[in-house]
Design a binder for this molecule. Structure first.
Ligand code: UT7
Length: 336
C-alpha cells in the first residue's frame, strides 16, 4: 500500500467586493485619462472601492464567512490573511478577522507578499496542515489599495481596486480531488524599489524628518514590473508543473494574478495556453492585489469555468519582488 502524506485540500471558497463601482469614465471625470486608454492598456473597465471608514478586515471577514459557509462549517483551526493594506500597521489584521468570524482563540497572522500574498499564504497554510499544526486553515487575500493610491496618479488609479477572497483548506490526502499537489515560491529583494510605499516604515521614521506626503503613496515602475511579471509567472508555472510531472497541456485552468490583461495575454502566448483555459475577471474588478487569485477563481466557478477534477495552476507576482505558483485539482464541493 502506498503511504500518502498529509495534504491540504480545498474545502471552501468565498469572495467579496465592496458594492461601490468606479468606472473608467468616473476616473476620467477628474484625471487626465479615458476609457479607451485604460481598456486598451490594461483590460480594465471598472473596479470596486470601499466607502470612507471601511477597512481591509471588513472585506476579509465577509469573504471568510462565505468560504466557511461554502464548506458547510463555522470552524477553522487557524487564519492567515494575506494583505499589504492592513487596518493598522500594528497589530496584524488576521486576529481581528478570526475574532469577528467567531473562530475563538485560534492562531491568526498576516502574510505580506503584496500581489503574491495569496500564493504565499496558501503555501504557509499547506505547511501548517502538513506539519499537523492545524487540520483546517482559513486563507484570506484582502486588500484596499484605494487607501494608499496617490489621488493624482492616473496610472495606479486606473489599475487597482479593492476586494477579498478566501479559501478554506482542510487536511486530506494527495490523491483526493481538491488537493494542493505542488508549489514554487521565490523573491528578489534587490528589485524592491519597483513596487513600494517609500515612506511610513522604519527607514523613513528613524530619520526623525517630516514624512513627505508623496512618500506615503504606492508607487510602481509599470514597464519594468510588466516584463518581470510575465517572466516570473511563466517560469513559476513551468517549474511547478515540471516538479509534479504535469505537462502544460495537461493543465485545464491557469489562474494568474490579475494585473493587466496584456500580461495575461503575453504569458498565454509564451506558454501556448489557449484562451479558454485562461481565467480572467480583470475587466470587472481591476488589480485587487492579494485578493486577485481567489476572486478570479470564484468568478470562474460561478460561471461554470471550473469543474471537479480540473487540473488548476495558480500563479502570482508582486512587490518584493515576490512570485509563486500552486498546483491543485479542483474539488467537487467548493462553491463560491
Ligand atoms: O500587481 C503587481 C504587479 N503589477 C503589474 O504587473 C503591473 C505591470 N504594469 C502594467 O500593467 C503597465 O505598465 C501599466 C498599466 C501600469 C502602465 O501601462 P504602460 O502601457 O506600461 O504605460 P506606461 O507607463 O509606459 O505609459 C505610457 C504612456 C505615458 O505617457 P507618455 O510618457 O508616453 O506621454 C503615461 O503617462 O501612457 C500614459 N498613461 C496614461 N494615459 C492615459 C499612464 N497612465 C495613463 C492613464 N490614462 N491612466
Amino acid at each position: 500500500m502506498t503511504t500518502l502524506s498529509r495534504a491540504a485540500v480545498v474545502a471552501g471558497l468565498g469572495a467579496y467586493v465592496p458594492p461601490r463601482v468606479v468606472t473608467n469614465d468616473d476616473l476620467a471625470a477628474f484625471l487626465d485619462t479615458d476609457d479607451e486608454w485604460i481598456r486598451t492598456r490594461t483590460g480594465i473597465a471598472q473596479r470596486h472601492v470601499i466607502e470612507p471608514g471601511e477597512a481591509t478586515s471588513d472585506l476579509a471577514v465577509e469573504a471568510g464567512r462565505r468560504a466557511l459557509a461554502s464548506a458547510g462549517t463555522r470552524h477553522a483551526d487557524a487564519v492567515v490573511v494575506a494583505t499589504s493594506t492592513p487596518d493598522r500597521p500594528c497589530p496584524a489584521t488576521a486576529p481581528d478577522v478570526a475574532a469577528r468570524l467567531g473562530l475563538g482563540h485560534v492562531p491568526a497572522f498576516d502574510v505580506a507578499a503584496v500581489c503574491t500574498g495569496f500564493v504565499y499564504a496558501l503555501a504557509t497554510a499547506a505547511g501548517f496542515i502538513a506539519a499537523g499544526t492545524a487540520d483546517t486553515v482559513l486563507v484570506i487575500g484582502a486588500d484596499t489599495f484605494s487607501t494608499i493610491l496617490d489621488p493624482s496618479d492616473r496610472t495606479t488609479r486606473a489599475v487597482f481596486g479593492d476586494g477579498a477572497g478566501a479559501m478554506l483548506l482542510r487536511a486530506g490526502t494527495q490523491d483526493e480531488q481538491g488537493a494542493l499537489c505542488g508549489l514554487r515560491l521565490g523573491s528578489d529583494g534587490s528589485r524592491s524599489e519597483l513596487i513600494e510605499v517609500p515612506g511610513l516604515g522604519s527607514r523613513t521614521r528613524s530619520t526623525g524628518l517630516p514624512i513627505k506626503e508623496e512618500d506615503t503613496y504606492f508607487t510602481m515602475q509599470g514597464r519594468a514590473v510588466f516584463s518581470e511579471a510575465v517572466q516570473r509567472m511563466s517560469t513559476a508555472v513551468t517549474e511547478t508543473a515540471q516538479r509534479i510531472g504535469w505537462s502544460l497541456t495537461d493543465i485545464d485552468r491557469f489562474v494568474f494574478h490579475q494585473a493587466n490583461s496584456r500580461i495575461l495575454a503575453a504569458i498565454a502566448e509564451r506558454l501556448e495556453v489557449p484562451a479558454e483555459k485562461l481565467v480572467s475577471n480583470i475587466e470587472r474588478v481591476g488589480n485587487t492585489v492579494a485578493a486577485s487569485i481567489p476572486l478570479a477563481l470564484a468568478d470562474s466557478l460561478e460561471s461554470g469555468g471550473l469543474e471537479p477534477g480540473h487540473r488548476v495552476v495558480l500563479a502570482g507576482f508582486g512587490g518584493g519582488l515576490t512570485w509563486g505558483s500552486v498546483a491543485l485539482t479542483w474539488p467537487d464541493t467548493a462553491t463560491a
